[in-house]
Structure formats: structure tokens, C-alpha cells
Ligand binder design. Sequence first.
Ligand SMILES: Nc1ncnc2c1ncn2[C@@H]1O[C@H](COP(=O)(O)OP(=O)(O)O)[C@@H](O)[C@H]1O
Ligand SMILES: CC(=O)N[C@@H](CCC(=O)OP(=O)(O)O)C(=O)O
Length: 296
Amino acid sequence: MSQSNFSETKYWLRTAHTISEALPYMQRYAGKRFVVKYGGHAMVDPELAKVFAQDIVLMKQIGIHPIVVHGGGPQIGHMLDRLQIKSDFIDGLRVTDAATVEVVEMVLAGTINKQIVAAINAAGGSAIGISGKDAGLMEARRLFLEKNGKQIDIGLVGDPAKVDPTVIDLLQNSHFIPVIAPVAFGADGQTYNVNADTAAGAIAAAAKATRLLMLTDVAGVLDKTGKLIEDLSVSQVRQLMSDGTISGGMIPKLDTCVDAVEQGVEASVILDGRIPHALLLEIFTPHGLGTLVHKG
Ligand SMILES: Nc1ncnc2c1ncn2[C@@H]1O[C@H](COP(=O)(O)OP(=O)(O)O)[C@@H](O)[C@H]1O
Ligand SMILES: CC(=O)N[C@@H](CCC(=O)OP(=O)(O)O)C(=O)O
């Protein structure tokens, strides 16, 4: 065998070994539902977006049922700027008036949702884009923030009150991949803007998902020295919140992870969406990636 043939064979043997290492995970997760919160870099970088779509199609191909719930905060921000509509955030939530919610729905359920659907379909999958309004998937109630004993009104921001997963069951039984925009309806007839992490958590719980995977722009939850924490129980999350290790945008993210595991999701994972194939590495390799939150 020539030297180049020998190195080529070694390369393919390594690849075969990697594929065979994935077998126990494929067996464990076949038939299970995984909710994937898609956002951050993974969504705005075209190459990462393509790889993400391929990973989703691969999951479906081997028998996992992915349910994609996407964000789009920065894209909403750009459109609001173009339309010269001012936008503020309180505690990570966008203050949403009637004009803003129109733009939120247009960008999330229109542009972004269809881009993701197109990417998954281009990778050989069959994705269907819906929002929380479709088939009564997500009913929201108006969310009021509490600050210093006072209620703060942030407009048409919704908290999921009821999730009816019937449409998810139907799509799954027809081999479609649901791609969900976090816009919901209210019993009062209003359209509500729901934070995408919160929507993903509520959908994961109602759809009895095995995993909630949240793609973000950091390696995972970091300790006070900046080192990645690979594993957290609910009580450890509470401890890190009270000692200030976890702050800012990581608070609602971890609240969502904790709520999901307390409502029956086996584990939630915060994953680095900047890494190509972050989903495959997390699901199918022994070392995993990011921070796994479990009940403890
Ligand atoms: N302990 C921590 N570990 C990692 N990130 C943290 C931590 N505490 C606060 N953060 C902040 O949380 C941010 C992630 O939340 P966010 O920006 O809302 O994510 P996304 O836009 O993906 O929803 C990080 O960029 C970081 O600034
Ligand atoms: C109420 C609220 O803040 N809604 C978010 C919905 C989109 C979102 O959550 O997108 P990311 O995951 O990219 O942040 C917003 O208007 O930006």
C-alpha cells in the first residue's frame, strides 16, 4: 500500500470508528423528541446556518424528532431601526407596543421562519414553518414584571399560558419537522411577543421532549474563573444565581432550563452555537458539549 493510500485508509477508519461510537446514542434517542432553541451566531452566519440545517435533517433521518423553536431578536432590532421605531428592553424582554408586535410577527413568523424552513428543506428535510398561533399551539397571557414590589407593564409581551401540542403530533406523524416562531395568541384576541427561550421551554415540557437544546453564543455556563461548567443540578443552578455567578441573559435561559426539567424534560443543555455541528457533538459523542442541566 502506498503512503498516501495508507493515510487515506487511516482517515476513513477513524471516520468509521466515530460513526460506530454514535450507535448507542442513536439507539437511546430513536423515537424521542428534542426541542432545539435556535438563535445567536448559529442563525446569522450562513455557513453555520447550513450546517445547523444538515444536523437537524440528520437527527430526523436517524429517528429523533427535532422541533425547532427560533429567536431573531437582532433581526427584529434591525427592522425596527429601519422603520424608525424605538425599542427598549427590560430584564432581557423587549417592551412591545402595537406597532412593535406587528414587526416582531413579520420578522419572526415571516422572514426568519421561512429562511430556516428553506435551509432545512435544501438539506433534504421536510420542514413546516408555523407560529404559536397556528392550530392553537401556544396561548399566552400578558406578562407583568415585578420590581421592588411594583408591577411593570411591558406591553404585548406574553408568558405561555397553555401549549397544545396536537399540531406537533400531526406534523411528526407525517414526517415533517416543525419550525416554530415564538409569537402567540391571547384569549383576549391580542398577538403576543414571547421570548424565544421561554417559548422553547414551554413547548419542550408540553411536547414531553427528552431534551431541550439551547444554542447560544457562549461555551455554556461559566464559573467565576471563566471555566465551563459541564453539569448542573437544579439546586446548583439556584446556588449560582444567588451568589451572582449567573447574571444577565443567562438568568432567563437557566430559568427556562430548570422549568423544563421540573416539568419532565430529562435534561436541558446550553450549547455553543458558534461551533459547527454543535448539535451532533452534543447528542452523538461521549464527551458532549456545553452545560447540561438536570433535576439532580
Ligand atoms: N455564568 C455565566 N456563564 C455564561 N454566560 C453568562 C453567565 N452569566 C451571565 N452570562 C451572560 O449571558 C449571556 C447569554 O445570554 P443571551 O445573550 O441572552 O443569549 P441569547 O442571545 O443566545 O439568548 C452571555 O453572553 C453572558 O454575557
Ligand atoms: C419578549 C421578547 O423579548 N421577545 C423577543 C423574541 C425573539 C427572541 O427571543 O429572539 P432571541 O432568542 O434571538 O433573543 C424579541 O422581541 O426580541
